[in-house]
Design a protein around this ligand. Structure first.
Ligand SMILES: C[S@@+](CC[C@H](N)C(=O)[O-])C[C@H]1O[C@@H](n2cnc3c(N)ncnc32)[C@H](O)[C@@H]1O
Length: 180
C-alpha cells in the first residue's frame, strides 16, 4: 500500500504530463499485455511512469528480447533504473514522438499508457503514424485510455481496433490496435 500511495503522489504532482492521479490497476496491467507477441524480440512501451506495466511486459517477454521504454519524466526514469535491474530494459528519457531516433529495428509489440487526451492532433498523428510504420505486420499496439472518444481516431490510424472495458472505477478502455 505504501508503494501505491507513493506512486499516486508522484502522478498527482506531475498531473500535467501524467494525466493521472495514480498508476494503472492490476487489471489494466494484465489486459494491456494480453496481445503481446510472446515470441517477439523487440518490444516498445510509451509512458513507462514508475514501471508497473514495464514489469508485466518484462515478466512475459522472452529472455533474449529487449524492451524500449519511453518516459518524458526524468525522475520516473531514475526511479525505475534503481528499482528494475534487468538487462533487457532500455529506458529512454524522451517522448514517444521521437521513437525513430532510438529504435531502428522492426517492433513486435507496443504498449502505451500515455495521456493522448492531452496531446495535440499533430502529436497524436505523429506518434500513431511512426508506431504503425515501425510495428511488424500482425503486431499489436495496445493503449489504455479513460474515454471511448478516441476510438474513432485510433480506428482510423490502425487497420483494426478493438476496445475492451475494464471493471475499474472510473472505467478504463483498452484499445487493442493492429497492423495487417
Ligand atoms: C497515465 S501515466 C501511466 C504510467 C504507468 N505506465 C501506469 O500505467 O500507471 C502516463 C505516463 O506517460 C508519460 N508521458 C507523457 N507524455 C509522454 C510522451 N510524449 N512520451 C513518453 N511518455 C510520456 C507521463 O510522464 C506518465 O508517466
Amino acid at each position: 500500500m505504501k508503494g501505491k500511495l507513493a506512486s499516486a503522489l508522484q502522478y498527482t504532482k506531475h498531473f500535467v504530463t501524467t494525466g493521472a492521479i495514480s498508476e494503472t490497476s492490476r487489471e489494466v496491467e494484465i489486459e494491456i499485455c494480453n496481445r503481446l507477441d510472446l515470441k517477439g524480440k523487440v518490444f516498445v512501451e510509451f509512458g513507462m511512469g514508475l514501471g508497473n506495466i514495464t514489469k508485466e511486459i518484462l515478466d512475459r517477454m522472452p529472455a533474449d528480447a529487449k524492451l524500449y521504454s519511453f518516459e518524458v519524466n526524468e525522475d520516473f526514469c531514475d526511479k525505475v533504473k534503481e528499482e528494475i535491474k534487468d538487462k533487457r530494459l532500455i529506458i529512454i528519457n524522451d517522448g514517444a514522438e521521437n521513437i525513430s531516433k532510438y529504435v531502428s529495428e522492426e517492433v513486435d509489440s507496443m504498449v502505451s499508457s500515455m495521456p493522448f487526451t492531452f496531446f495535440s492532433k499533430e502529436k497524436t498523428d505523429l506518434i500513431l503514424g511512426a508506431s504503425k510504420e515501425i510495428l511488424k505486420s500482425g503486431g499489436h499496439f495496445s493503449q489504455i485510455l479513460y474515454s471511448k472518444i478516441h476510438f474513432k481516431k485510433f480506428s482510423a490510424a490502425w487497420d483494426d481496433c478493438e476496445m475492451i472495458k475494464t471493471n475499474n472505477f472510473p472505467a478504463g478502455f483498452i484499445y487493442h490496435c493492429s497492423k495487417h
